[in-house]
Design a protein around this ligand. Structure first.
Ligand SMILES: Cc1cc2nc3c(=O)[nH]c(=O)nc-3n(C[C@H](O)[C@H](O)[C@H](O)COP(=O)(O)O)c2cc1C
Length: 484
C-alpha cells in the first residue's frame, strides 16, 4: 500500500497509468477541459499530473482514480470484489475449532488493529507552517465557464460532534471566496452538516480542518457513505492495511492525516451563510446557487514541494464514477448484513448514483421486490435513490443491456411501479422542492401466482448443450476468417 500520494503517483508512473503534462496549462478552465477530454476516452484515460499549471509552481494531480485499474491500485487489490470478500469475512468471523483455525484468524486480528488511527508528533504535512498563508498559493481550479469561482473539489473535511467528540470526514466542495475564506458545501443530509447543526444550537464556533492529498485509500474513504457515527478512518485503516497516522493541528484541536500534502485549518461561525455556486456538478449540469456556511482559514501547513490533488466532475463518466464503484463493491457486503436477500447491485455511470440503482434479489415471498425498495429508501445514502430497479438473482445487474431487456419484458407498468415520497438528493433538480420529492421502484422480477399473476411465465430461450458446443466450434473458425 502507499505511504502517501507521492508513492501512488510513483506506482502509476511505473504502470504507465500517468500522463505528465509539461506544457503550461491554466487552472482556469484549461486543466478541467483537458481532464474532461481525457475522462471521455473508453476506460477513463490516464491519471494526469500537470507539472506547470500557469502561474503556479505547485503541480496539479487529477483523474488519479479515474479508471477501474487505478481505483484497484489505490486500494491495493486486483479486483474490487476482493475487498467485498474480505469485509464479508471480517463481518462474519467463524468460531475457530482448533489451533490451526485460530492461527488462520491472526491476519484478521491484525486487520482489526489497523482500524484504530494513531497520533504522531512529527508530520510531513507540517513541514511548512504558514499562519498568514492564503489560498492564492494553491492552483485551485475553475472547472466550468459559469462556475461561481474556483473550487477545491477533493477536500477531506474533518469536524467533530461537539457533544460526543465523534469525528466525521466528508468530501464537500469549497468555493474560494477570497484568500482566507471559502464556502463549505456540506449538504443537509451529510455528517459535516449535522456537526454544524449541533454547533449552531450550542452557539459555538465549529473547528474545521481540511486535508488535501493524503494517501489514496484515505482520500477515497472521505467519499464513502459510512453510517453516521462510524469513523471514516476505520475504513481507511482497513483499506490501507496500516493504521492512519494523525497529527494535531497547529491552530485548532482537530487531528489530520500526517501524510496529507496540504492542510487548511480553520473554523465555521454559527449563523454565518454566504451564497455559493453555481457549480458545474457531477450531474452534468450547473447546481443552483444557494446559501452555505463559510470556512475561515487560520493556517496552511504543507509538505515541502506539495502536489495539489483535485478532481473534475461533469457529464458522466468522470473520475467520481470510479470512486462510487469502489463504494458500490465495498458496501454491498455491509448492506447485505441488513438486507441479506440482495445478491448484487449496480449504479450505472449515467445514473450519477442517486438517479438509478439496479438490484438483483433472491426472491423468497410475494411482494419481496417492494420490501427491498423500501429497505433501500430507509438505508443511509441509498435513501436518495430516485429509481430502483429490482430484478431476479439470475440477471446480471452489471450488464445494462441485459437489464434493459429484462425490465422491458418483465414489468407491467400499472402493476409493477411503486411510488413514494421523501428526502431526495440535494442535487436533484426535477423535484418541485429542494431535497424533497418522489421516488420510483420498478419490480422487474418474475411475478408469482401469490402476487396475482396466474398466467404461465414464458420460458427464456436457450439452445441445447450439444448445439452450443457446435456453435462455439464453428464460431472460432468463422472468427479467424472474418475481418469486421
Ligand atoms: C468528488 C466528490 C465531490 C463531492 N462533493 C460533495 C459536496 O460538495 N457536498 C456534499 O454534501 N457531498 C459531496 N460529495 C459526496 C460526499 O462526499 C459523500 O456523500 C460522503 O459519503 C459524505 O460523507 P458523510 O456521510 O460523512 O457526510 C462529493 C463526493 C465526491 C466523490
Amino acid at each position: 500500500m502507499f505511504k502517501d500520494l507521492n508513492g501512488f503517483i510513483g506506482a502509476l508512473d511505473k504502470e504507465r497509468e500517468l500522463a505528465r503534462i509539461t506544457d503550461s496549462v491554466s487552472p482556469e478552465l484549461e486543466i478541467s477541459a483537458v481532464t474532461d477530454r481525457v475522462s471521455k476516452t473508453p476506460g477513463g484515460g490516464p491519471g494526469l499530473l500537470f507539472e506547470q499549471p500557469t502561474g503556479f509552481d505547485m503541480p496539479v494531480a487529477v483523474n488519479l482514480f479515474g479508471s477501474l485499474k487505478r481505483m484497484c491500485m489505490a486500494l491495493g487489490v486486483n479486483h474490487l470484489d476482493e475487498l467485498a470478500h474480505e469485509i464479508e469475512e471480517l463481518a462474519t468471523p467463524k468460531i475457530p475449532s482448533g489451533l490451526l483455525d485460530t492461527l488462520k484468524l491472526l491476519p484478521m486480528v491484525n486487520r482489526l488493529r489497523d482500524l484504530m488511527p494513531k497520533t504522531v508528533s512529527d508530520a510531513p504535512c507540517q513541514a511548512v507552517v504558514r499562519k498568514n498563508g492564503t489560498l492564492d498559493e494553491i492552483p485551485i481550479l475553475k472547472c466550468w465557464p459559469e462556475d461561481g469561482g474556483r473550487y477545491i473539489t477533493f477536500p477531506l473535511v474533518f469536524t467533530k460532534d461537539m457533544e460526543t467528540g465523534i469525528r466525521n470526514i466528508g468530501t464537500y466542495r469549497m468555493q474560494v471566496f477570497d484568500g482566507r475564506t471559502t464556502g463549505m458545501h456540506w449538504q443537509r443530509h451529510k455528517g459535516g452538516a449535522q456537526h454544524h447543526r449541533i454547533a449552531e444550537r450550542l452557539k459555538r464556533r465549529l473547528a474545521v480542518s481540511v486535508a488535501l492529498g493524503p494517501d489514496p485509500a484515505l482520500a477515497y474513504s472521505a467519499t464513502a457513505p459510512m453510517p453516521e457515527g462510524l469513523d471514516e478512518l476505520m475504513l481507511a485503516g482497513f483499506l490501507r492495511r496500516e493504521r492512519v497516522e494523525l497529527v494535531k493541528c497547529v491552530t485548532n484541536d482537530l487531528e489530520v492525516p500526517a501524510n496529507s500534502q496540504i492542510v487548511l485549518e480553520g473554523y465555521v461561525e454559527p449563523g454565518e451563510r454566504r451564497r455559493e455556486g453555481p457549480f458545474g456538478d457531477h450531474t452534468g449540469v450547473y447546481s443552483h446557487p444557494d446559501d452555505f456556511p463559510v470556512f475561515h482559514l487560520t493556517c496552511i501547513t504543507h509538505q515541502r514541494n506539495p502536489i495539489y490533488l483535485t478532481t473534475v466532475v461533469g457529464i458522466p463518466p468522470m473520475e467520481d464514477y470510479y470512486l462510487g464503484k469502489a463504494s458500490e463493491r465495498i458496501f454491498l457486503p455491509l448492506i447485505r448484513k441488513t438486507v441479506p436477500e440482495i445478491v448484487d447491485m449496480h449504479f450505472p455511470a449515467e445514473g450519477i448514483f442517486h438517479n438509478l440503482v439496479i438490484i438483483s434479489i433472491d426472491k423468497r415471498y410475494p411482494g419481496h421486490a417492494r420490501k427491498i425498495m423500501n429497505a433501500c429508501w430507509g438505508l443511509g445514502q441509498l435513501m436518495f435513490s430516485k429509481t430502483i430497479i429490482v430484478v431476479d438473482k439470475d440477471v446480471d445487474v452489471q450488464n445494462q443491456s441485459e437489464v434493459a431487456w429484462v425490465v422491458g419484458t418483465h414489468y407491467d407498468p400499472e402493476r409493477d411501479i411503486q411510488f413514494t415520497r421523501g428526502p431526495v438528493d440535494d442535487l436533484e433538480d426535477a423535484s418541485d422542492l429542494p431535497a424533497y420529492g418522489s421516488k420510483m421502484g420498478i419490480d422487474a422480477t418474475r411475478k408469482w401466482p401469490s402476487e396475482g399473476f396466474t398466467r404461465a411465465w414464458p420460458k427464456k430461450l436457450s439452445t441445447t448443450a450439444m448445439a452450443a458446443a457446435k456453435a462455439e466450434e464453428q464460431w472460432q473458425k468463422i472468427r479467424k476468417g472474418w475481418r469486421p
